[in-house]
Design a protein around this ligand. Sequence first.
Ligand SMILES: Nc1ncnc2c1ncn2[C@@H]1O[C@H](COP(=O)(O)OP(=O)(O)OP(=O)(O)O)[C@@H](O)[C@H]1O
Ligand SMILES: [Mg+2]
Length: 155
Amino acid sequence: MEYIVYSKSPEETESLGQRIALSFKMLPFMGGFIGLSGNLGSGKTTFARGVLRGLGWNKEVISPTYLIARYYHDPDVLHVDGYRIGDPFFEFLNLDIERLIDDGYLIIWEWGDPLKDYLLETLWVNLEYQGKGRKITVSSRGYLWQEAVKILQPT
Ligand SMILES: Nc1ncnc2c1ncn2[C@@H]1O[C@H](COP(=O)(O)OP(=O)(O)OP(=O)(O)O)[C@@H](O)[C@H]1O
Ligand SMILES: [Mg+2]
């Protein structure tokens, strides 16, 4: 299932993240994985901020660039910036990822593409520069996220 939308501003990108968080909350599972891709500065962290806002996080959301990973509690979210993570590291992390998802964590992973083959139920968000805005492609893999994307579609 794929949903494509054009975002004119950071606010619109954030608000799409919020909407995805709300549709995610309506689904009958707790944890999940959202992978973000797109060039430097395309809006991945902006989108992640929207997701956290949609889940009820009212405090600051800053890029985990230097920390690599940042944990949030209530809502339980792990926000990762994979830019500087080498491939071998992923196999090691993967064990934890699945456990965290089972424990109800929503994982938001910037530069998440190398994880595509490890996880079955995922949502992927790709941001591309287009004119002054961004073209955002949201695509679900697996059955569960498909429902979340369906909720996003205008009827
Ligand atoms: N439509 C838009 N959507 C998102 N960001 C936008 C948009 N238009 C302009 N911007 C600006 O682009 C920048 C996006 O920064 P952000 O940190 O979210 O990108 P990023 O993809 O996480 O970058 P990095 O690759 O360094 O992690 C911000 O300065 C934001 O204000
Ligand atoms: Mg970022």
